[in-house]
Design a protein around this ligand. Structure first.
Ligand code: NDP
Length: 244
C-alpha cells in the first residue's frame, strides 16, 4: 500500500506543485481545496496521467468538522495518512497598516491560516501513521516584518510556535513537525494586487534576484516529507533565495 499525503489547498499555486512532487516521490496524494473543484480535478488528472495516485476532497480548513471529514474520507478511500502538508492559506491583496485593518480581514486571516492549520495539525496528531510527517506553512515575512503584513504575520508566527510545541508533544510517536517559510513565490496569492514594479522590487530583495517558483518550495517540502529529512524536527525552514 502506498504512503498517503494530504495537501491542503492543493488546487492551485504551491499546494498543486507540492502534490505533483509528492506523487512523483511515490505518495498517493489527496488534493484538498476550498471551492475550486475544476482546478482540483485538473491537478488530479495531471497526476493520474503521469501514473500517480490522486483524489480530490473539498474541505474548508477553517471548519474543524470539514477537516475531520477530510481525514475520514482519506482513510476510507486510501487506507491511511502518513503526511500532512498544511499549505492552505490566504493573504488579502490589499495590505493596509494595522491601524486601518478591519475586523473581517483580521478574523478571516486567523480563521483560515491559524485555526485552519491548527485544525489539521490536531487531526493529524492522532491519526498519522508511525513515522509520519507534518509540514506547516509559515512565511519569510516573519523575518522581514514588512509594514502592512501585521495580521498575516501574526497568523504565520503563531504557526511557527505551534510547529515546535507539537513536535515536542508528539514525543514517542516518531512523527516530525516542521514548517516551510517561503519568500515571495510566483502564485496568485503573491501577484494579485501588485504592480509589476512592486513585484520586481520584492523579487530583487533576495540575493538570488528572482521570485521563488512553486516547484522551489515543493523541493523543500519533498525533502522534509522524505527519508533524507527524517532528522529535522520542530524547525522552520526558510525557502527564499536568501532574502532573510
Ligand atoms: P494560492 O492563493 O495560489 O492558493 C491557495 C490554495 O489554498 C488554493 O488551493 C485554495 O483553494 C486553498 N484554500 C484557500 N482557503 C482555503 C480554505 N479555507 N480551505 C481549504 N483550502 C483553502 O496560494 P499560495 O500557493 O501562494 O500559498 C500557499 C501557502 O504558502 C499559504 O499558506 C501562503 O500563506 C504560503 N506562502 C505563500 C507565499 C507566496 O509568495 N506565494 C509566501 C509565503 C508563504 P481554492 O482553489 O479552492 O480556492
Amino acid at each position: 500500500m502506498k504512503q498517503v499525503a494530504i495537501i491542503t489547498g492543493a488546487s492551485r499555486g504551491i499546494g498543486a506543485a507540492v502534490a505533483q512532487r509528492l506523487a512523483k516521490d511515490g505518495f498517493a496524494v489527496v488534493i484538498n481545496y476550498a471551492g475550486n473543484v475544476a482546478e482540483a480535478d485538473k491537478v488530479v488528472a495531471a497526476i493520474t496521467a503521469d501514473g500517480g495516485t490522486a483524489i480530490a476532497i473539498q474541505a474548508d480548513v477553517a471548519q474543524s468538522a470539514d477537516v475531520r471529514k477530510l481525514f475520514d474520507q482519506t482513510i476510507a478511500q486510501l487506507g491511511r495518512v502518513d503526511v500532512l502538508v498544511n499549505n492552505a492559506g490566504i493573504m488579502p491583496p490589499q495590505l493596509p497598516h494595522l491601524s486601518a485593518t478591519d475586523d473581517d480581514t483580521f478574523d478571516r486571516l486567523v480563521a483560515v491560516n491559524l485555526k485552519g492549520s491548527f485544525n489539521a495539525m490536531r487531526e493529524a496528531s492522532t491519526r498519522l501513521q508511525q513515522g509520519g510527517r507534518i509540514i506547516n506553512f509559515s512565511s519569510s515575512l516573519v523575518g522581514t516584518l514588512l509594514p502592512g503584513y501585521s495580521a498575516y504575520v501574526a497568523t504565520k508566527a503563531g504557526i511557527e510556535g505551534m510547529t515546535t510545541i507539537l513536535a515536542k508533544e508528539l514525543r514517542g510517536k516518531n512523527i516530525t513537525v516542521n514548517a516551510v517559510a517561503p519568500g515571495p513565490t510566483a502564485t496568485a496569492l503573491f501577484l494579485d494586487g501588485k504592480t509589476p514594479e512592486v513585484v520586481e522590487r520584492l523579487a530583487k530583495m533576495a540575493p538570488l534576484e528572482r521570485l521563488g517558483t512553486p516547484e522551489d518550495i515543493a523541493n523543500a517540502v519533498s525533502f522534509l516529507a522524505g527519508p533524507d529529512g527524517g532528522w529535522i524536527n520542530g524547525q522552520t525552514l526558510r525557502a527564499n533565495g536568501g532574502m532573510v
